[in-house]
Design a protein around this ligand. Structure first.
Ligand code: SF4
Length: 422
């Protein structure tokens, strides 16, 4: 190891230590965050030409009613996205996740946005259906240095692709596969390329074939999620007990092959333990996947994450669209990150069961006692902090507690300085 490499390693460890201490101090504070959000999802476009069967916005099963009432033609202008990205870089956000209400490829400035994120030194993840992506765009995306691409496919064969995407054809599937083969080249530059599959009764029989398909497309990972239904609207996509039993058998078989796929083909079946827990959940046949995981749990997402919607509204988590924190057209994301509404979310999320009225409105079914129990899309953030709290020695936690007044003072000084500029 050279001297420069040793220096770099020490710097990296020190930065990580400081980040963790500030994160913990925020959690012990219960209201403020003393780090920036680690990951921010930006929905740059609500526009999309697909009508995926399980989509909360455009599924034909909704018969025209929509979940979060987005305005379908909305896109965030480049200038607004640029301001948000620059603010997040200053807050030391680590990852920008481009995905959301529509298809990112319908945004005219997608490549510029990817280049800007890279220029500001952040990790960029792009999650899309690859329907409007040409082979040329795919090449430019690889050249722009995107770090992580997740292709939402939901099938291993043209027949199942058409079954889960009613307005698409087998030819669309073949065209998408050609584009994905180009995207796979990001692996040569150290990038990650994943396939994402929402599992429902229309495609569960292809679970194992989806892994094989991902391997053939040159993916480095494959990810499964159970369908998150809109009660009363898309319930017909749920698996019944027989189908769940068959799926559970497939999950067991796949579990035994995970090491083989990883070691022989470099293909990671990502978050498979979490998927397994959801498939085996007591209430899986009614779409209640996360009750056992979240009961009596605290939610730490408020210290890790933000989502910017296509209309500029900002949410604390992927399911809290009924609680806008502010809008980036009017307020800077720096201010929103620690504003009163976000502090309220953090305080309540540490004691979810004490605030049922609040958490009932999270997610897609306000008749649940706590909406999060159905399916929490930020559960990875919660698990990350929970494991950190379990793993760290007591002295680290005590140090974070003692540092809290200092960070609070620093926060007040920074805030008064920001007010002068906004
Ligand atoms: S869905 Fe509920 S548990 Fe999950 S991040 Fe949102 S508030 Fe927290």
């Amino acid at each position: 190891m050279t001297v420069a490499e040793i220096r770099q390693l020490i710097r990296y460890r020190f930065d990580r230590f400081c980040y963790t201490q500030r994160l913990l101090a925020g959690i012990f504070d219960r209201s403020l965050a003393f780090t920036g959000p680690k990951v921010v999802q930006i929905d740059i476009a609500n526009t999309c030409t697909n009508t995926c069967l399980a989509c909360w916005i455009r599924s034909p099963l909704l018969h025209g009613t929509v979940c979060a009432d987005p305005i379908h033609s909305q896109q965030l202008p480049f200038g607004v996205v640029e301001r948000v990205i620059n603010d997040l870089a200053d807050l030391q956000t680590q990852c920008i996740y481009l995905s959301g209400g529509g298809n990112v490829f319908t945004h005219p400035d997608l490549l510029e946005i990817v280049r800007l994120i890279k220029k500001r030194g952040m990790f960029v993840v792009l999650h899309a259906n690859f329907v409007n992506c040409s082979q040329d765009e795919a090449r430019q995306l690889v050249e722009a240095g995107v770090d992580d691409v997740t292709a939402s496919v939901w099938a291993a064969t043209p027949e199942t692709y058409v079954a889960t995407h009613p307005d698409k054809t087998a030819a669309d599937f073949e065209a998408m596969v050609r584009v994905l083969t180009i995207i796979g080249q990001i692996r040569n530059q150290g990038g990650v390329f994943r396939m994402y599959n929402v599992i429902m009764n229309q495609n569960y029989h292809e679970l194992e074939a989806m892994v094989e398909f991902a391997r053939q497309c040159g993916a480095s990972g494959v990810h499964f999620a159970m369908v998150d239904i809109l009660p009363g609207k898309t319930d017909s996509l749920l698996l019944d007990e027989d189908q769940l039993d068959r799926l559970r058998d497939m999950v067991q078989r796949l579990d035994e092959k995970r090491d083989l796929y990883r070691n022989q083909y470099g293909l990671d079946i990502r978050d498979f333990d979490l998927f397994k827990q959801r498939v085996f959940a007591r209430l899986a046949d009614s779409g209640g996947y996360d009750r056992d995981q979240l009961v009596a749990e605290r939610c730490y997402t408020g210290w890790m994450f933000l989502r910017v919607l296509g209309d500029g509204n900002v949410n604390s988590c992927l399911k809290s669209w009924r609680y806008p924190l502010g809008n980036i057209y009017q307020t800077s994301i720096r201010t929103i990150w620690n504003n009163g509404l976000q502090q309220e979310f953090r305080r309540k999320a540490l004691f979810m069961t004490h605030h049922e009225d609040y958490f009932r409105l999270i997610g897609n079914n306000p008749s649940d006692d706590i909406g999060c129990y159905r399916s929490c899309d930020n559960i990875a953030n919660i698990i990350e902090v929970r494991e950190l709290l379990e793993r760290l020695p007591e002295w680290r936690k005590s140090l974070a507690r003692c540092s809290r007044p200092l960070y609070r003072l620093q926060h007040r000084l920074v805030r008064s300085n920001q007010c002068k500029h906004w």
